[in-house]
Design a protein around this ligand. Structure first.
Ligand SMILES: O=C1O[C@H](COP(=O)(O)O)[C@@H](O)[C@H](O)[C@H]1O
Length: 262
């Protein structure tokens, strides 16, 4: 099979505000959903926490809400805070309140963690949930043997972290597990689980959705391919088919004025 080059695109108009980003993101997701479902009968989506969930709001409104075949969606999380599911720090709690409760995805297709105080046990269980969906052939395996999702919707932090893979931490180098854990995250809450880079980079499509000034440095370093030590985790994101950055003007504010013309 021929290796296709990765398509990278940037949705960053200098006038774009967070509302414009939400408007752009909805048809992008809706079109990928339609394509995946027509090809395989399922759309396997990975969510992150943070501002991404609010930016998905247009998808829960007309015309997208009616157009999307929600019954065929399967939801996983790229990372999760190891807290009870009704804790406001939980990425599931945030997604349930602001997104999942507004669209008819079958609850059996929503793969949240099962809380226990032991983050290692939570990671093992989450990998087990995912392996069941792989066995059922809902989530296929990539050529390298890692689960291959149709779409990951990711945010980044000001330090360039993506998922719960932080710059000065060893989890980012894990090349064997599908899911790993962390007990002393530099960003609270301390206990988390996270997909590893081989799983993230096996995805077909990834959208990096970034709004706000705080992440502007990390965005500029990554998109301008500037050398920093250690490299920012978000600069390692490299899916199989397309990588699309959705930026508002604040997130794009440290990019040089001629950036899109390069
Ligand atoms: O802690 C986390 O932070 C990142 C970034 O969040 P944002 O609010 O700056 O967009 C998020 O993507 C990740 O899922 C979350 O656990």
């Amino acid at each position: 099979m021929a290796i296709m080059p990765l398509i990278t695109s940037i949705h960053s108009l200098r006038t774009q505000n967070p509302e414009d980003v939400a408007v752009d993101l909805a048809p992008y997701v809706s079109q990928l959903s339609q394509k995946a479902i027509s090809e395989t009968g399922a759309f396997c989506v990975v969510l992150s926490g943070g501002t991404l969930i609010h930016t998905l709001r247009k998808l829960t409104q007309s015309p997208h809400k009616e157009l999307v075949n929600w019954a065929r969606w399967f939801i996983f999380w790229v990372d999760e805070r190891v807290v009870p599911l009704d804790n406001p720090d939980s990425n599931y709690f945030l997604a349930r309140n602001d997104f999942l409760s507004k669209v008819p995805i079958p609850s059996k297709n929503i793969h949240h963690i099962y809380y226990s105080p032991c983050s290692e046990a939570v990671a093992i269980d989450y990998q087990y949930q995912l392996s069941n969906r792989v066995q059922q052939k809902v989530v296929p395996l990539s050529a390298t043997g890692f689960p291959q999702f149709d779409l990951m919707l990711l945010g980044i932090g000001p330090d360039g972290h993506v998922a719960s893979l932080f710059p000065n931490r060893t989890e980012r180098y894990n090349r064997t597990d599908w899911v790993t854990y962390i007990n002393d995250s530099p960003k609270p809450p301390p206990k988390r689980i996270t997909f590893t880079f081989p799983v993230i980079n096996s995805a077909k499509h990834i959208a990096m959705v970034v709004t706000g000034k705080e992440e502007a440095n990390a965005v500029a370093i990554t998109l301008e391919k500037l050398q920093v030590r250690p490299p920012l985790p978000c600069s390692w994101v490299e899916p199989q088919v397309s990588l699309t950055w959705f930026l508002d003007r604040d997130a794009a504010s440290k990019l040089p004025p001629n950036f899109n013309k390069k």
